[in-house]
Design a protein around this ligand. Sequence first.
Ligand code: G6P
Length: 474
Amino acid sequence: MNSVLVASNRGPVSFTVSEDGELTMKRGGGGLVSGLSGVAKEHGVVWVCAALSDGDRIAVRRAPGGRLDHAGYATGALRMLDIPPATFHRAYNAVANSTLWFVNHLLYDTPNAPSFGTRFAREWESYRDYNGAFALALAEEAGPHARVMVQDYHLTLTPAMLRAERPDLRVAHFSHTPWAPPEYFSLLPDEVAREVLEGILGADHAGFLTDRWARAFMDCCESVLGARVDRRLRTVVHEGRATRIGVHSLGVDGHALWERACEPDVESHMAALRQQVGDRRLIVRIDRTELSKNIVRGLMAYGEFLAAHPEWHGRVVHLAFAYPSRHDLPEYREYTASVQRWAKEIEDEYATEDWDPLILNVNDDYPRSLAAYRMADVLLVNPIRDGMNLVAKEGPILSPRCALVLSREAGAAAELGPHALLVNPYDVTGTAAALHRALVMPEDERRRRGERLREAATALPPDRWLAAQLDALG
Ligand code: G6P
């Protein structure tokens, strides 16, 4: 039977189906998946995830018991759960991505505050069902005393549900997002706030990306549940059970990333980009089009920079890669439209016949992103709030002389902060000034800072990150 299991909403691979019914497998997206794929294969992990696309659903129906043993390069074996679409929609879009994501990223503002009524009660019920489906599958797949690693805000209830089914298992939960302070977390209805915390406390070990998010979680346990918290030993005791709180700051496998970024498809994207931008300096950003990534204020800052520094006109290009994300949610569709509006404003104001100040790329293209990283003089990472932000860690590995302009609200700032140019993500003028400072940074300072950034970014690569959590489970 299986001894190490991982559970996450998005799996390491996904399937697309052609008109003649043929399935093609590709790598899944997002920080969690890029962190865990590969390592999961080495450990022979059984990965339980949701079927997200039509192709996934067909793949599951064709596979006995939904187990896809040929999941290739990404994991040992894969079990995809075919959750009924309406349940999935309510759990993933309404609860996980609209409610929990918004709470933990402080995205609600007053006119946009949520209302928790009967509709939410139904959505919450679906979130419970969806978490229950994961708990059931894990209980079926896990061997005696297996170690199970449950990932992220989609699956906060699964640890407690799994413990009820299989008390012999050692369970960890890991949050890849920030955690909200209690006064913001308490925006949730009381019983929901309790259930989320108690769900995670069903684990033996609850992991976070930074000390700041771990402390916020412990603060919530204390104020919402009245749990006994020992901040020095990092334990939470609730209803007679202790959960250890861990901080594991996920980093990047620099060697593997560099190898991938030297492949011919990346080189040919580099040649094409070079053709497009000539020898101009490049300010690069790479994000999902995500409200917390603060792309609009990044564009405003670039606009302010151009207004304040006419000497850079014609000499710099901003490559803004903003890939589609969560388009089932109206907030994300509106946000995408406002990113495009701001980009057009910059174009209208500054573009000339032989200079395009901004290239906005809205199609997901991994090799093209790697090419942009390699060519970056400046990397802009300015989220309002972010669990870690792996872009800030990948960039310095691929461009040794790239200066990093980094939001102080990104988890990555805890390690990279001293070697980056830190900004307040709401301060557009401050961000514009940092972009300028990054562009004029002397070459030896760039290289010195770059080296430190690279060291910090690779300090805890995914294999060691996973191993540290498995060790913590005993
Ligand atoms: C963040 C979350 C991941 C999620 C990713 C992409 O990194 O922590 O769990 O997979 O965003 O979001 P999506 O909704 O496309 O899975």
